[in-house]
Design a binder for this molecule. Structure first.
Ligand code: GLN
Length: 471
């Protein structure tokens, strides 16, 4: 067998090659394992590489041989460490869950398994998905394969770096406020945050239950679409999932979707160039007002902290993972949580408890909930005249490791473009949109396309058009 060119490989190409017998799933998996063993020590994309990868691939080969293969059979994935795979460790990159073994499959995992996808290992992340740089992992930072002095983004930094270093063909992450889109932008990939409720949250560890969605990473829009189609759908195990026809399509653009650009940010030269590209492809582009968009950060962080503090109360040292013994149950609880949770997690639990406390509930939590509704109305109003809202994915390219760790607010501000879609529940996708050269290193940048609820189709269509994926 000739060596497989992993750098240009896509899901579709791999699928066709395996179907034709140009290479097998076992050979493909072995190539990825070789790359991982060469690069993972430095990049730290994986916290664990599974020891049964070749057996999984062998089963995929049998499916293909028996004519039971689908587009995802034999495709090697990296899976974020907060998504459960039965019988395997899932720690959310936290000491409190170190060694915890999942007792069931997440719905998205069950769907991929059924198709014969191959799981290479569990990917590093910010502890409990709190962060935007993977520096909050209890097991070391993930480095950006484009420049190892820089972060890969977060919280799904391991998933993105795994694909970017050619250590996986695709990956799953979770996105509560940008955790798929931001690392996708920093690593030169496509990343999708689906409409809230379109992908089941069953089996993904909760951070902010009203914000969380599992999202796919791919090297192309087409790959990302293939994964989305495989994992989405209503699920009796997650009552917040929605039926296929929940939202009607109401596109206003006749031939091509109309693009709206909010006025609350200053456009960089690269962003302007990308807007020109859309125009030259025949897209109508106009300005839109999103009055509340600039307030999205405080709204998001109050809701995120509140939901996190409530969700993480289950880690009590009794039911899961770490247990530290004190003189009584209360002391056990303090000792276990004090030792098991990292700094950012403790900060969010404290602040979340504060905004939910009786004296401050109205001033903070209720106000944030009210403003979330106003923000959503702003977006719905904009979507009366446009089909896509276009922004950068992040304010700039990947920053240096350690650059923002002492200033949590600077880290939170990185999320200015991404948290809004989690607050409104709308789907958004980051696509590669150019390179910025910094200190002689070529750093990828992304642009973000947001659509109406349930309208991932428009995102895929415009994304493919922009990246020249439509022949
Ligand atoms: N950076 C955001 C936060 O820290 C988003 C995290 C996420 O999407 N999981 O909350």
């Amino acid at each position: 067998m000739t060596k497989i060119d992993l750098a240009t490989l896509t899901i579709k190409k791999a699928h066709e090659a395996m179907k034709k017998g140009e290479f097998s799933a076992v050979e493909l998996a072995q190539e990825y394992l070789d790359v991982i063993s060469k690069k993972n020590k430095e990049i730290n994309a994986y916290l664990e590489v599974y020891d049964d990868v070749l057996e999984q691939a062998q089963k995929a080969d049998e499916m293909i041989r028996d004519g039971k293969g689908t587009i995802l059979t034999g495709i090697p994935f990296a899976i974020k460490d907060n998504i459960l795979i039965k019988g395997r460790e899932a720690s959310s990159a936290s000491k409190i869950l170190e060694g915890y073994e999942a007792t069931y499959n997440a719905t998205a995992i069950g769907k991929l398994k059924k198709e014969g996808a191959v799981f290479l290992g569990r990917a590093n992340m910010d502890e409990f998905a709190m962060g935007g740089s993977t520096e909050n992992s209890a097991f070391g930072v993930t480095k950006n394969p484009h420049d190892i002095e820089r972060v890969a983004g977060g919280s799904s930094g391991g998933s993105a770096a795994a694909v970017a270093m050619d250590g996986a063909l695709a990956a799953l992450g979770s996105d509560t406020g940008g955790s798929v889109r931001e690392p996708a932008a920093f690593c030169g990939l496509v990343g999708l945050k689906p409409t809230y409720g379109s992908v089941s949250r069953y089996g993904v560890m909760s951070l902010g239950s009203s914000l969380d969605q599992i999202g796919p990473f791919g090297k192309t829009v087409e790959d990302t679409e293939i994964i989305f189609k495989a994992i989405h759908g209503q699920d009796p195990l997650d009552s917040t999932t929605i039926a296929e026809d929940t939202y009607e399509s109401q596109r206003v653009g006749q031939k091509k979707p109309i693009i709206g650009i909010p006025t609350f940010f200053e456009q960089s030269p690269l962003f302007k160039k990308n807007v020109e590209k859309f125009k030259s492809l025949g897209y109508e582009v106009c300005e839109i007002e999103l009055e509340k968009a600039a307030s999205a950060i405080p709204i998001y962080y109050i809701i995120n902290f509140a939901e996190a503090s409530s969700n993480l109360s289950r880690f009590d040292g009794v039911r899961y993972g770490l247990h530290e013994g004190g003189k009584d149950g209360i002391e056990d609880y303090f000792l276990t949580r004090g030792k098991g949770f990292g700094k950012e997690v403790r900060r969010r639990i404290l602040l979340g408890t504060y905004v939910l406390s009786s004296g401050y509930y109205d001033a903070y939590y209720n106000r944030a909930i009210a403003l979330r509704k106003v923000l959503t109305q702003d977006f719905l109003k904009a979507f009366q005249k446009v089909d896509i809202i276009l922004t950068p994915t992040t304010p700039g390219p990947a920053f240096k490791i350690g650059e923002r760790t002492s200033d949590p607010v600077a880290m939170y501000l990185e999320d200015i473009f991404t948290v809004t879609e989690n607050l409104t529940g709308m789907p958004a996708m980051s696509i590669p949109a150019g390179i910025e050269e910094v200190d002689g290193k070529k750093l990828p940048l992304g642009i973000q396309l947001t659509a109406r609820h349930g309208d991932e189709k428009t995102l895929f269509e415009a994304g493919k058009d922009f990246l020249g994926e439509i022949e």
